[in-house]
Design a protein around this ligand. Structure first.
Ligand SMILES: [Zn+2]
Length: 233
């Protein structure tokens, strides 16, 4: 997977945790490979099996120089796999941790837009990425104002995603980043297959087409946005 990604021209990959074990694995992969960085965090699906000391474990993991963000963190009211009060509690604690560590956050928000925004407003001066953004233009505007970038994944390549296409046309270039969300959300030509970073180019092509700019300019802008936010050389 890593070789195929670098072969198509990718320069950096962020491997993202969803619980303590996955976060540890993300750090191990980042440690082993040049160009791979890690985010450590507890996904809302795992919020109610999170131990109290998990936040301290994340703090320790985040000391590794390859850790560039706290994530994925957030709220998921679509699958609702964890109690909502619990999700909010674990989300907020990780936002506070990111603020203390001066690390950006990677936000997962599924059908929880209002509550996610409320937490972002409560824990100020944290920057981050709204991963696989699915909110409205109003929400995007507010998130951008608070210091967040809007991240686009495979679904932007789906022909029926007209609302998302409208949103992308209106988003400023300095607020967009691209992602795969591997192994999920493969772009249209690989739809339903296991996604991987090498498929990123299809998403980039579609976003460049929607923005009516060249692929080169889009890649330059999104790479710069990501590097600046995540502090990647
Ligand atoms: Zn997610």
């Amino acid at each position: 997977v890593i070789e195929r990604a670098f072969a198509v021209g990718l320069r950096a990959i962020i491997s993202i945790g969803y619980d303590l074990n996955a976060s540890r694995e993300a750090v191990q992969i980042a440690d082993k490979h040049e160009g791979i960085y890690a985010a450590v965090g507890i996904h809302p699906h795992n919020a109610d099996v999170t131990e109290v000391k998990a936040i301290e474990s994340l703090r320790e993991l985040a000391q590794n120089a390859k850790v560039v963000a706290i994530g994925e963190i957030g709220l998921d009211y679509y699958r609702d796999l964890s109690n909502r009060a619990c999700q909010k509690d674990v989300f907020k604690k990780q936002m506070i941790l990111a603020k203390e560590l001066e690390l950006p956050v990677i936000i997962h928000d599924r059908e929880a837009h209002a509550d996610v925004l409320q937490v972002l407003r409560q824990v100020r001066d944290v920057r981050g990425i709204m991963h696989c953004f699915s909110g409205s233009m109003e929400m995007a505007k507010e998130a951008i104002k608070l210091g967040y970038l809007v991240s686009l994944a495979g679904p932007v390549t789906f022909p029926e995603a007209r609302r998302l296409h409208q949103l992308v046309r209106r988003l400023p270039e300095n607020s967009i980043v691209l992602e795969t969300d591997s192994p999920w959300l493969a772009p249209q030509s690989k739809r339903g297959e296991r996604n991987e970073p090498a498929f990123m180019l299809e998403t980039a092509h579609k976003v460049a087409e929607l923005k009516e700019i060249s692929l080169d300019d889009l890649i330059k802008a999104t790479s710069q946005n990501a590097r600046y936010l995540l502090g990647i050389p």
